[in-house]
Write a protein that binds this ligand. Structure first.
Ligand code: PAF
Length: 283
């Protein structure tokens, strides 16, 4: 498996592959890979000749220094896991901060038509500018035909689609279904940091989302939100940060349900010090 740390070297390698008519799918990650990431890589390989997996803990998307420092960095294990999918068709790009940012580790300022101010945007200042900056740089270096992102970070997926549309970037963005553990817990690199009691408690999040989906069939969004808020208030270990029901296109909270619109429920929960997010399609 080829592993690159230098943007010029990987750019040249990909250029050569593309000139021999190979299609390239990209899976941007921050490492600490799990089955959820592997599903993205498998999907990328089912639609392209080669998958480029970037492994880079992007400093500009963290507003919390401790979170950045504690973010798991497991390159060797990540490469071993990727080899279980393919030894020959996967290329890893694991740059240094200097390779991506030079001497200037700051974000560009983006306008995502307001998508960035909803949900995560309210709680993680500057996060989406950081994500937009790094993903745009990856696309510029790798120039993939398609790029694959999980629906667990649904707001991120919509924001990247918006960036591609507004900046007319020549890449197709493919959203992929959330991969869950058998307990229902959405796969996340943060799960490895959950203490056992929180790991046992965390599947309550998806269980609640499923009930919210059933309730949304007959009840108003306000009623569903009230029910979820109460359910978490009674929970000993999990602390609700937000739960809301939003239009999938604008990500604005629903005021009055319309049959013509698609909605999702979005949730962020603290399990001890670890912040978990999840979401579910409602109709
Ligand atoms: O979803 C992630 O892991 C990150 O936000 C991404 C897209 C790799 C950008 O750093």
């Amino acid at each position: 498996m080829e592993i690159y740390t230098d943007k010029n070297k990987i750019a040249n390698a990909i250029k050569a592959l593309k000139s021999s008519n190979n299609t390239v799918g990209m899976v941007p990650t921050m490492g600490a890979l799990h089955q959820g990431h592997l599903q993205l890589v498998i999907k990328a390989l089912s639609e392209n000749d080669v998958a480029v997996v970037s492994i880079f803990v992007n400093p500009t998307q963290f507003d919390n220094k401790t979170d950045l420092e504690k973010y798991p960095r497991t390159l060797e294990g990540d490469v071993a896991l990727l080899k279980t999918v393919s030894e020959t068709q996967i290329i890893v790009y694991a740059p240094t901060v200097a390779d991506i940012y030079g001497g200037n580790t700051t974000s560009e300022a983006f306008d995502f038509d307001g998508l960035e101010f909803e949900m995560e945007g309210k709680f993680r200042h500057g996060h989406f500018d950081g994500v937009g900056t790094v993903v745009k740089r990856f696309f510029d270096i790798v120039k993939p035909h398609k790029a694959y992102f999980g629906e667990k970070d649904f707001q991120q997926l919509q924001i990247i689609k918006k960036m591609v549309e507004k900046h007319q970037l020549p890449v197709v963005i493919v959203g992929c279904k959330i991969h869950r553990a058998s307990s229902g817990l959405a796969m996340s690199s943060r799960n490895t940091r959950l203490e056992p009691k929180y790991k046992t408690a965390a599947p309550f999040i998806y269980k609640t989302l499923k009930t919210a989906r059933t309730q949304f069939g007959t009840k108003s969004a306000t009623k569903v939100i009230e029910w979820v808020t109460k359910a978490f208030a009674k929970h000993d270990l999990l602390e609700l940060e937000y739960f809301l029901i939003a239009d999938v296109e604008t990500l604005k909270p629903v005021k009055r349900k319309s049959n013509k619109k698609k909605y999702r429920a979005f949730i962020a929960v603290y399990a001890g010090e670890i912040r978990l997010i999840d979401n579910i399609a409602l109709n």
